[in-house]
Design a protein around this ligand. Sequence first.
Ligand SMILES: [Zn+2]
Length: 70
Amino acid sequence: MSRLILLIAIAAAIYLLVRFYRNRKPQQDKIISEEMVCCAHCGLHLPKSESTHAYGKFFCDAEHRDAYRK
Ligand SMILES: [Zn+2]
């Protein structure tokens, strides 16, 4: 009887693991597919969501945005 419970527990653990990894995949794809932009001042490549946009160009931070204007 305890063998049966052990088998059910292992099956449940495998099922939960498979479900966990299936749910994780779309998030990883999202990170990989995020558009990368280049800082117009220093040339650093960074994700678009982390960049600053001004004067029709992308910058890695506010400091480089201000430096570009000068
Ligand atoms: Zn920069």
